[in-house]
Design a protein around this ligand. Structure first.
Ligand SMILES: Nc1ncnc2c1ncn2[C@@H]1O[C@H](COP(=O)(O)OP(=O)(O)OP(=O)(O)O)[C@@H](O)[C@H]1O
Length: 469
């Protein structure tokens, strides 16, 4: 685990200088870059006020203030700060006293190296989670984003999306990777750009699509190579990790990564270092890493296609974007937004949308999500000469792919049984049933019902006039 110098520190407090030295060394070797020590317990409070501390490790027996006294004071001033106690005695009473006073864990001296690393690592993660939750809680209670402007390109009125914005603000200061999942076209790259802006590193946003990159291409694209590293490498190539320095490296389609590339990415995340092909010294990766995928990584883990250690590393922070059909309230706003964009791009007068269009679109499943809506609007604007858009191109596109309301979808079986009843239906019976269902779903609107059935309104009318009332 990496804790670069600007990350919150791990503060070790013990009156034995030698023990401080060796413990610090162990943690530094494990990748905790920012480890501070203090041998005078009276100075700890001031240190906590001066800099962010992620984990406090306290010896129990110290001159001036004992570990327990210090623990009690710290819990009053910094209640969320994880504290690990070190004791020379392995007895239940001491452990219980420490825990009752608010300690998160305790270690017995001489401290076992593996247990030290595991305990500090767990507390480090715990502290980070508590800080994020605090920020999130504060944000939600205030109801206001700190950086509303960062999200201006993400058009939404969906409460789910708003709570994602709050979450993004709370995780932005962390240097841990962020995993963004969601169906294609739900806005994963837009969200990655927002994270980049919120992180404020000052470097560039560098996006790379990993789909179709074999392992050699993956290494070369990300890590680059030295001149002469292989036949034909007549000049050095800078990798994207280097280009994204102090900025964000956005790795899209992470679910498609080959097993050997997964190992390389894991190493990059764990060590914070990479080796360009042909180089003999590793380079430090200073970029923030954000990854995205539309595939189910958990299923990939279960089937052995995706490494579980990589998954857990990547989802230190996880954002799951809802598909458009689960936030239909966004459709009217997005429609207006894309109408503006399309008219501007095509240099045409901006047409307006027929009133009922949003309602029709809300019934569609939108497998391509917002990208599909954007393309539909652009196409409709390009084709249409008038001031009010025609419904036809939309109805043609959405017919046959209806998003059943949640309870309807789960009652699929019920529909089949009522269609079949206790006998196989005649063609006429099935047609009547389908027409009745389409009309019901369309709220009696014949035009919409016809589009669900994939026929024209006139054809529906003809059938309705034939069928018994
Ligand atoms: N909420 C939104 N407001 C405005 N535009 C949006 C919104 N969400 C997505 N878009 C637009 O939809 C298109 C697709 O978005 P984006 O590329 O971010 O999706 P994605 O989830 O990364 O897709 P993929 O999985 O296919 O890579 C882009 O043109 C983007 O600008």
């Amino acid at each position: 685990m990496k804790t670069p110098a600007e990350e919150p520190a791990i503060l070790l407090v013990d009156d034995e200088e030698e023990l401080l030295f060796s413990t610090r060394l162990i943690l530094r070797r494990e990748g905790f870059a920012n480890v501070l020590t203090q041998s005078d317990s009276r100075l700890v409070a001031a240190m906590l006020d001066e800099q962010p501390v992620a984990v406090l490790v306290l010896d129990m027996t110290m001159p001036h203030l004992s570990g327990l006294d210090l623990l009690r004071r710290v819990k009053e001033t910094h209640p969320g700060l994880p504290v690990v106690m070190m004791t020379a005695v392995n007895d239940v009473d001491t452990a219980v006293t420490c825990m009752q006073a608010g300690a998160d864990n305790y270690l017995v001296k001489p401290v076992d190296r593996t247990r030290l690393i595991a305990t500090v690592g767990t507390c480090y993660d715990l502290g980070r989670t508590r800080t994020e939750l605090d920020r999130l809680r504060r944000h939600l209670s205030e109801g206001q984003l700190e950086n509303e402007a960062v999200f201006r390109d993400i058009i939404t009125v969906s409460p789910r999306m708003r709570s994602i914005f709050f979450y993004l603000e709370s995780v932005a200061p962390s240097r841990q990777p962020v995993l963004i999942t969601g169906e294609t076209g739900t806005g994963k790259e837009l969200v990655a750009r927002a994270i980049h802006t919120l992180s404020g590193g000052g470097g560039p946003f560098v996006a790379v699509n990993l789909a179709g990159l074999d392992d050699t291409m993956f290494s070369d694209t990300l890590f680059g190579h030295q001149r002469g590293a292989f036949t034909g490498a007549d000049r050095a190539r800078e990798g994207l990790v280097c280009r994204a320095e102090a900025g964000t490296l956005f790795l899209d389609e992470i679910g498609d990564l080959s097993p050997s590339s997964q190992v390389k990415l894991l190493r990059l995340l764990q060590e914070g270092e990479y080796l360009p092909l042909g180089a003999d010294a590793p380079r430090i990766c200073a970029a923030r890493i954000v990854v995205a995928t539309h595939v189910d990584l958990k299923a990939g883990m279960e089937s052995g296609r995706f490494r579980s250690d990589l998954y857990y590393r990547l989802c230190a922070h996880h954002v799951a974007l809802p598909p458009l059909r689960e936030r239909p309230e966004d459709i009217p706003l997005l429609l207006e937004h894309f109408l503006d964009n399309a008219a501007r791009a095509l240099n045409k007068a901006r047409p307006s949308a027929p009133q009922e269009l949003s309602r029709y679109l809300a019934a569609y499943r939108f497998p391509g999500n917002i990208r599909e809506l954007e393309a539909l609007v652009r196409d409709a604007v390009a084709r249409h000469p008038g001031r009010i858009l025609s419904l036809e191109p939309f109805l043609v596109a959405i017919s046959g792919d209806l998003a059943l309301p949640q309870d309807e979808a789960s009652n699929e079986e019920r529909c089949h049984t009522c269609l079949l009843k206790d006998h196989f239906p005649t063609l006429k019976g099935a047609e009547e049933y389908l027409i009745a269902e389409a009309l019901r779903l369309a709220g009696g609107n014949q035009r919409l019902a016809a589009s669900y059935l994939g026929i024209t309104r006139q054809a529906l009318n003809k059938r309705l006039s034939r069928s018994p009332a």
